[in-house]
Design a protein around this ligand. Structure first.
Ligand code: KG4
Ligand code: ZN
Length: 333
């Protein structure tokens, strides 16, 4: 069973063909980095225009690389949110037109469920139930993943997402755009003990908060101009990673879950992967990590998540509307 997945939630145009929800036949991602670089951040209007230009070439390349024709595809899955509304509209309109013109069923996928399902594209996927930590540019949440399609959000950020903090800190330190990978690299060369940062809400609370940490970095940089930015990047990174790892391991133990599955752009972070591997092993937990290219936005994860919707007969109608705000599952609050 082959699903064509499409994701245009933010600034990457992506299309992929995935077989049986597990095997990637193609996964094409066209980055808009060069478009947004001079603004040091994503400009929504430019992003949606670029999606409209790239969506067909990217989809056609995904079909070619998979060695398949649209006629052989069983369903078209599209990310319907959360994300930038103009960007989502470009992908959803395209997917609806393609489904209608080719008589294919349409499946609507929540981007956050897509991130979680990146784990199912690896050779040894997690077994339900597990604790999913989604750490991206727009979200930082923990979900008790009970079964396919059933998620309970047990913690979320009260302000900024971890990825957003990475991007802002990169701007503060003059590291460039996109911030996450640059701070990752810079931080590895630095000495975190020369710029120790606060650990926001590391105590018993389950929720996260990262906005105060950005201010702490800004003030530290201002007050200590002699400290190299690589040391500050290391100190910031150590704080984010420490908070994420500590809270997630504690929550898995509280819920009696034996597996933690990471996902989202920040899960590509080398220090985060290293610390999670060590702490999960220490706590006797299994850790599931998507490969780095599947952590950041891609359409293979959308097609992977769509598989269980297909099996459940959960199809979208052709009047599907995307949603910029779209929570996943139910919340504990
Ligand atoms: O999941 P994603 O591609 O898009 C969203 O759904 O938001 O995540 C993008 C975020 C950005 O904030 C980016 O800076 C961050 O993930 N990111 C990283 C790394 N690679 C991407 N953050 C830290 N270390 C990285 N290596
Ligand atoms: Zn994402």
């Amino acid at each position: 069973m082959m699903i064509l997945g499409i994701d245009t939630s933010c600034d990457d145009t992506s299309a992929a063909v995935v077989e049986d929800g597990r095997r990637i036949l193609s996964n094409v991602v066209s980055s808009q980095e060069s478009v947004h670089m001079k603004f040091a951040g994503v400009v929504p209007e430019l992003a949606s225009r670029k999606h409209m230009e790239m969506i067909w070439p990217v989809t056609s390349e995904a079909l070619d690389k998979a060695g398949t024709l649209l006629a052989d595809i069983d369903a078209i899955a599209v990310c319907m949110g959360p994300g930038l509304i103009g960007s989502l509209l470009a992908g959803c309109s395209f997917a609806k037109a393609l489904a209608y013109a080719n008589g294919k069923p349409l499946i609507a996928v929540n981007h956050l469920e897509g991130h979680i399902y990146a784990n199912f594209l690896e050779p040894e996927p997690p077994e339900f139930p597990f604790l999913a930590l989604v750490v991206s540019g727009g979200h930082t949440s923990m979900y008790h993943a009970v079964s396919p399609g059933r998620y309970i959000e047990v913690a979320r950020t009260l302000d900024d997402a971890a990825g957003e903090a990475y991007d802002t800190v990169a701007k503060i330190l003059g590291a460039g755009f996109p911030g996450g990978p640059l701070i990752d690299r810079l931080g590895r060369e630095g000495d975190s003990s020369r710029a120790v940062m606060p650990r926001p809400m590391r105590g018993d609370r389950r929720d996260f908060s990262f906005s105060g940490l950005k201010t702490a970095v800004m003030n530290f940089h201002h007050d200590n101009p002699e400290i190299p930015v690589r040391d500050i990047a290391a100190g910031f990174q150590e704080s984010v990673v420490d908070v994420l790892v500590t809270k997630t391991v504690r929550e898995a133990e509280r819920l009696g879950l034996s597996t933690i599955a990471l996902s989202g752009g920040v899960a590509a972070n080398s220090r985060l992967r290293e610390r999670f591997a060590a702490e999960a092993m220490r706590a006797g937990l299994r850790l599931s990590l998507p490969s780095i290219s599947l952590c950041t936005d891609n359409a293979a994860m959308i097609a992977a998540a769509a598989h269980h919707h297909f099996m459940d007969g959960d199809f979208a109608s052709l009047d599907l509307n995307p949603a910029a705000y779209l929570p996943l599952g139910i919340s504990t609050d």
